[in-house]
Write a protein that binds this ligand. Structure first.
Ligand SMILES: O=C(O)CCC(=O)C(=O)O
Length: 235
């Protein structure tokens, strides 16, 4: 069930994160900003709601990044929008991204617990599936340590799924604060521990978060990925 992968850069393999500058052009950022709601903390299911995001997720520029990361066959499986702004200046504690969106709930060994978010079934898959996934975070605004940049614990993705106790013990790990200009992209493994603080100087910090996987789910489970059945990513 798990696809074979090409070699990624040694830094991405070891750290679980890589930063790319100037991936989106200013006109692409303007288009995306116009399509996104103005004053919310976040939005789910962008692959289904915003066709421009669906097209961008499979665009040559993002496919090129995925190839550099050693994931040339990964397909978009989920898209989220995060914004910190003066009305929604939130923080995220240290965590790993453990949940995927699926077309329909089917009890499957190794998959659980289940939840429903905005009417869509979500589940925690086996850590091996998460380990093969990659997330691209597309930055629509400049982001520095003052406006709630994401902080990651380098190499933490190599330890699999971590318990709450293990996460609490890891605070001395090597960290990176992901500061970058609008148009840049942070690539990371979902199992990488990450957190972010409220902005000290609140202003927009808009990010489109795209999850990719090279793998199919065990049938009848299928990704909720904006295709009719989720099975199309097998091509
Ligand atoms: O964008 C952030 O600051 C945190 C996002 C987050 O919690 C996540 O990707 O799981």
């Amino acid at each position: 069930m798990f696809a074979s992968v090409s070699p990624a850069s040694p830094e991405f393999v070891a750290d679980g994160v890589a930063i790319f500058a100037q991936v989106l052009a200013p006109n692409e950022i303007t288009t995306l900003v116009r399509l996104l709601p103005e004053n919310i903390a976040g939005l789910r299911n962008l692959l289904q709601k915003i066709p421009v995001v669906r097209a961008l997720a499979d665009s040559p520029q993002l496919r090129d990044l995925l190839a550099k990361l050693g994931c040339p066959n990964a397909r978009p499986v989920r898209a989220l929008f995060f914004d910190k702004n003066p009305a929604h200046n939130w923080k995220g504690p240290w965590h790993q991204d453990l949940t995927i969106a699926v077309h329909e709930r089917h009890e499957t060994p190794g998959y659980g617990p289940w939840s429903v978010k905005e009417g869509v079934s979500h589940v925690q898959p086996p850590a091996a599936l998460l380990a093969g996934m990659v997330t691209l975070r597309l930055h629509l605004d400049d982001c520095d340590a003052d406006n709630g940049a994401l902080c990651v614990q380098l190499g933490s993705h190599l330890h699999g799924r971590l318990s709450a106790e293990a996460i609490a013990c890891r605070d001395s790990a090597r960290k990176l604060t992901c500061c970058l200009r609008a148009g840049g992209v942070v690539a990371m493994r979902p199992l990488l521990l990450h957190a972010s603080s409220p902005a000290r100087v609140p202003r927009h910090r808009r990010i489109i978060h795209l999850d990719y996987s090279p793998n199919l789910l065990p049938p009848p489970l299928a990704w909720f990925d904006g295709t009719s059945s989720g099975l199309e990513i097998a091509r």
